[in-house]
Design a protein. Structure first.
Length: 183
């Protein structure tokens, strides 16, 4: 490659990087913000807590996780029966069998007593996991991604001659996902 063709190649790559970065910046801001909310479960009610998340946090969390603004209505579990699902799987650990699930034993759901279903799994020996340090780390990552994206948008306006293209891509990067979320 000659010096001028190498320079042209580098300039083209910088322009592509700029345009793709500005177009995807709104999505990065969205995912950084909603990821920070989800890190501390601020988008959902946790078992045994009186916290009720605001509707906007629930909707944004649903968009982040399921790419739909429609939040399914959860039915409360019958009285005296332990709730099934993600929370119970987390308590038992990965690979543990959930006897209350359809893949469990043949008696699950067919006359199994409520006491047998609601029994807590035996405690596993070993070290207790403390998730707070990792949650704090991912909060720092989310804030860093958010701020880095904002500074990238600022730099794209400060150092770019054609601000109309940057503005158009920023608007398209905001409007297209909003439209697609309602399709």
């Amino acid at each position: 490659m000659t010096r001028s063709s190498g320079h042209a190649f580098l300039q083209a790559n910088r322009l592509i990087h700029l345009y793709l970065g500005v177009f995807t910046a709104p999505a990065l801001l969205f995912f950084a913000f909603t990821g920070a909310l989800q890190t501390f479960s601020l988008h959902e009610t946790t078992r045994g807590s009186s916290y009720k998340p605001p509707a906007w946090a629930v909707t944004l969390g649903q968009l982040h996780k399921k790419q739909t603004p429609v939040v399914p209505v959860r039915r409360p579990p019958p009285a005296g029966v332990a709730p099934e699902g993600r929370g119970r799987d987390r308590e038992q650990g990965p690979g543990a069998r959930n006897d209350a699930s359809p893949r469990g034993d043949a008696n699950a759901g067919r006359g199994a007593s409520a006491a047998a279903v609601s029994e807590a799994p035996p405690a596993t020996p070993g070290r207790k996991h403390h998730p707070l340090p990792l949650k704090i780390f991912f909060l720092i990552v989310s804030v860093s991604l958010f701020l880095s994206t904002l500074t990238g948008i600022y730099m794209s306006y400060k150092y770019m001659r054609n601000r109309t293209i940057v503005t158009a891509l920023l608007i398209l990067g905001t409007v297209i996902p909003v439209i697609l979320s309602f399709v």
